[in-house]
Design a protein around this ligand. Structure first.
Ligand code: SAM
Ligand code: DTB
Ligand code: SF4
Length: 326
């Protein structure tokens, strides 16, 4: 059954628009208040990413360094071996990560030995007592079920932007395909991590519709990922202008108000944001980041820089690892 994209909800697009356009002082005040009601505002979850299968992806996502459609200098690599992934996960844990996310540049998962190897990775990382997350492209219901049985805690699958803006960015798959995978993940009992990218040329209306789509998932995603576009030379979006920080803050604050219990991850694009920029995002309700000097293929701030930022802002890494959903 294909689920509808917009289900019934009292959270109308207009209501979200009114929140998004509140005077900044009121928006920040309200978002921070809701943040405090639901979370410890001094705690930030730290996750680490590993690209287990890099480059050569058949999709044409206009932002992506790993798409085979563009010359970005990212070399195509084979799926990593189990032992190397386990070593990387142990190193991530030693650096304070409580969540480990394995990413593959695949359009979709195919059943067979490679998927079986990924299932082995999930099982092995699960034993290290971290939240295990994967982002592998589209999944069927039975693949989602197998990942769940292997111990997967979360699956990341981004809607990226509004449905209307989507065809400007990707034409090798449909928005509905993404939504369907998210439903498959949810049905298998895996927690949902989804979000998108700011700064791809979208309008404010697109951002509001994007936020609306995230908020009307029922239940709402446990984790919402907000990326600031990293413009990659060789991709169609290489010349995009940087999004002003206050626009990122507006999106984070709106997300916090309409999804009060979701973790909000300030993801790609922290490199180049000042400490005060990031502080505003944390104040507005962001409570998770990726640590380590590399995201999947692009740069992220050094761990020591983040540690110093945490000290100066009196933040600490949340040590709690969520219970596995039943
Ligand atoms: N292939 C899988 C998929 O598309 O779901 C998993 C990996 S894909 C790289 C994960 C997410 O990274 C994308 O959905 C996109 O939101 C984000 N991303 C990729 N390139 C980016 C960039 N240049 N700037 C910001 N975010 C980016
Ligand atoms: C997400 O929303 N952002 C992360 C994670 N989910 C997988 C990935 C960001 C990728 C940035 C570009 C790169 O490193 O290749
Ligand atoms: Fe990149 Fe994922 Fe799109 Fe492939 S499907 S081009 S890895 S974002």
């Amino acid at each position: 059954m294909t689920m509808s994209i917009h289900n019934d909800s009292s959270l109308s697009i207009n209501k979200i628009k009114n929140i998004y356009h509140l005077p900044m002082t009121d928006l920040l005040h309200r978002a921070h208040q809701v943040h405090r009601e639901n979370f410890d505002p001094h705690k930030i979850q730290t996750s680490m990413l590993l690209s287990i299968k890099t480059g050569g992806c058949p999709e044409n996502c206009s932002y992506c360094p790993q798409s085979a459609h563009y010359q970005t200098g990212v070399e195509k690599e084979k799926l990593m071996e189990l032992d190397d992934v386990v070593s990387a996960a142990k190193a991530a844990k030693a650096k304070g990560a409580t969540r480990f996310c394995m990413g593959a540049a695949w359009r979709e998962v195919r059943d067979g030995p490679l998927f079986d190897r990924v299932l082995g990775m999930v099982k092995a990382v699960r034993k290290l007592d971290m939240e295990v997350c994967c982002t592998l492209g589209m999944l069927t219901k039975s693949q989602a079920q197998k990942l769940k049985e292997a111990g997967l805690y979360a699956y990341n699958h981004n809607i990226d932007c509004s449905e209307n803006f989507y065809p400007n960015i990707i034409t090798t798959r449909k928005y509905e395909d993404r939504i369907q995978t998210i439903h498959n993940v949810r049905e298998a009992g895996i927690t949902v991590c989804t979000g998108g990218i700011l700064g791809m040329g979208e309008t404010e209306q697109d951002r509001i519709e994007f936020l609306h789509q995230l908020a009307v998932f029922d239940p709402q995603p446990e984790s919402v990922t907000i990326n600031k576009l990293i413009p990659i030379p060789g991709t169609p979006l290489e010349k995009q202008k940087t999004v002003p920080t206050l626009e990122v803050v507006r999106v984070v604050a709106t997300a916090r108000l309409i999804m009060p219990k979701s973790m909000i991850r300030l993801s790609a694009g922290r490199e180049g944001m000042t400490e005060s920029d990031q502080f505003l995002c944390f104040f507005a309700g962001a409570n998770s980041i990726f640590i380590g000097d590399k995201l999947l293929t692009s740069a992220n701030p050094d761990l020591s820089e983040d540690q110093q930022m945490f000290e100066r802002l009196n933040l600490s890494s949340s040590d709690k690892v969520a219970q596995q959903p039943s």
